[in-house]
Design a protein around this ligand. Structure first.
Ligand SMILES: [Zn+2]
Length: 337
């Protein structure tokens, strides 16, 4: 989902004519990629991209991944990440209204987030059914990090949970507040919550967007009560599809929107270092209408997209649960200090 910092990307900006872009200003040791170059400079363009060390082990020795520009793998722990990358303030600037209304979402962002709310709600209800058995409290208190327009908060409210949201997108926060939710601006790093004040903390499609995921998970550990539950979803760069397709994997498109590309192993290692015990890992999909499915499928196969587009004319509002087993949900428990 979108962390309005959770959700982000300059390649999307290049693809979506309504969005601003960044111009690369430094060279990288990794070869050129098929990913579309950034289109036009935005505020801050002209700054040099920043080299970053591995966020998990702190080492700086990496090698390239699948010839995708600026995508590297730590030779010590295997974490895959983007380096060099734009400065943090420019990364955060991409989560405006256009992030939720983007014409080319294969580069990141969403076609029309609220228009797809029925499918997003069904997806979140399914995740709630996976998460609820791990939550002990009768009426748990939830913090949804990257709450976007508050759709998961609605699902949680329907389940009898109390909750509030956190996001960096003022556009998304305004929509969430219209639904009656307490939704604060900011990130896990700067949010002013009391330690141990939540039973559940969710990061749906957020952690891959964060400049410092290890720091964010450590912060999540402090905000959860001992025994509290953390649930997150993220693309699985170690999935069969990602390994088979390599640089053609759709998950490698939103470089700079996504800064980290976890496998089950590297995510479990980062969670363990932050004080969490992984309880379950599931491959998950999402509900999509046929037009949205066509948008994604055409990236891989024009013939398949053509067939689906034909079907779409017959049943335009058909909604399908689609999974290619390359997105994972991880549920973890906070260990004591
Ligand atoms: Zn490392």
């Amino acid at each position: 989902m979108c962390y309005a910092f959770s959700r982000r990307a300059f390649l999307r900006r290049a693809a979506c004519p309504r969005r601003a872009g960044l111009r690369r200003t430094s060279t990288t040791t990794t070869p050129a990629s098929p990913i579309r170059p950034l289109a036009r400079p935005a505020a801050g363009a002209g700054r040099t991209l920043v080299h970053v060390p591995c966020n998990h082990c702190g080492r700086e020795v990496t090698h390239g991944v699948h010839n995708v520009s600026r995508l590297v793998r730590c030779v010590h722990c295997g974490l895959v990440f983007v380096s060099p990358r734009p400065p943090d303030e420019l990364l955060a600037a991409q989560y405006d209204r256009d992030y939720f209304h983007c014409s080319e979402p294969t580069f990141g962002g969403y076609e029309d987030y609220e228009a797809d709310r029925a499918e997003i709600t069904r997806t979140f209800r399914r995740r709630m059914r996976q998460l609820a058995p791990f939550v002990g409290a009768a009426a748990p208190r939830l913090l949804d990090v990257g709450c976007a327009t508050g759709i998961f908060l609605e699902v949680a409210r329907d389940a009898g949970w109390s909750g509030e949201g956190l996001d960096i997108s003022e556009y998304a926060l305004a929509r969430a507040r219209e639904k009656g939710f307490a939704a604060r601006p900011g990130t896990l790093a700067d949010a002013d919550f009391s330690p141990r004040s939540f039973d559940v903390l969710t990061l749906w499609d957020v952690v891959e967007h964060l400049p410092d995921p290890a720091g964010a998970l450590a912060r999540a550990h402090r905000l959860l009560r001992p025994g509290g539950t953390l649930a997150l979803s993220t693309p699985d760069a170690g999935s069969l599809l990602a390994r088979l397709l390599g640089r053609r994997w759709l998950g490698f498109r939103p470089i700079d929107e996504h800064l980290y590309f976890f496998s089950r192993r590297t995510l479990a290692a980062m969670l363990a270092a932050a004080g969490f015990e992984v309880r379950a890992t599931h491959a998950v999909g999402k509900y999509l209408t046929l037009p949205r499915l066509v948008e994604r499928l055409r990236f891989y196969t024009r013939a398949g997209a053509f067939l689906l587009r034909t079907a779409d004319r017959l049943v335009p509002r058909l909604s399908l649960y689609v999974t290619s087993f390359d997105t994972m949900v991880v549920i973890a428990t906070r260990r004591p200090d």
